[in-house]
Design a protein around this ligand. Sequence first.
Ligand code: B12
Ligand code: SF4
Length: 176
Amino acid sequence: MHVDARAAFPGLNLAIIAAITPPDVEAGILDESVEAIDFDCDTDLVGITGMTNMAPVGYHIEDEYRRRGKKVVMGGVHVTGCADEAHQHCEAVIAGEAEPVWSHVIRDFQQGQLQPRYRPHQLHDMTGYIVPHRDLLKQRFYLFPSTVETGRGCPFDCEFCSVSRTAGRGYRFRPT
Ligand code: B12
Ligand code: SF4
């Protein structure tokens, strides 16, 4: 437990995406909740995640990167439901889980053919789950740096909740 932490938990989504990024592509993670953003950093493609409460800030960050000529793609729970809104701020929206489509996004980007939408047709079955690249997270900035994802989805469908709609109406467990 880190007493000088700036946030409670690190998100694992970008660490998972880094782990499924083709090996010839270098990946890095910047968490705006714990560190300053370097808009002039040397990157070819920026991928942004966020929940609904973070979307306005996420869009602002995307606009700043794009003003500097960077290509931006966005994914996560908010844009999975609001892809048209998000697309006003980025080149491509990944509406759903990254695992089935991320290698296609990278390939299309490398060929200069990014599509406006990537919407996986099925949920990731959680077999062959790749260990997130936690080494890319600044672990000292989190109170509890060692989170573990055990499963996705929910069999209930509470009307106020997005989980069963975005992650499926049932449990998918990660193999022990
Ligand atoms: C863990 C968790 C937290 C943790 C950690 C959050 C963090 N740092 O990431 C804590 C407890 C801190 C937290 C807090 C909050 N949370 Co929360 N949280 C979750 C939970 C349980 C799991 C999220 C997760 O890590 N899933 C695993 C990852 C791998 O999945 P993922 O993020 O969806 O990413 C996948 C895809 O979306 C996609 N993807 C995601 N990003 C990107 C980016 C790119 C570029 C690409 C290509 C793809 C991609 O690929 C990924 C891999 O498949 C979900 C519920 C759930 N069961 O999903 C709620 C959930 C995300 N939380 C929610 C909410 C509302 C909050 C709070 C706003 C609550 C509050 N009122 O304070 C706060 C916000 C905190 C903040 N910093 O502002 C809502 C969000 C709803 C929405 N419309 O956005 C959810 C869905 C719960 C719900 N019942 O609705 N949360
Ligand atoms: S995750 Fe969402 S749908 Fe499932 S029980 Fe909790 S609030 Fe209801």
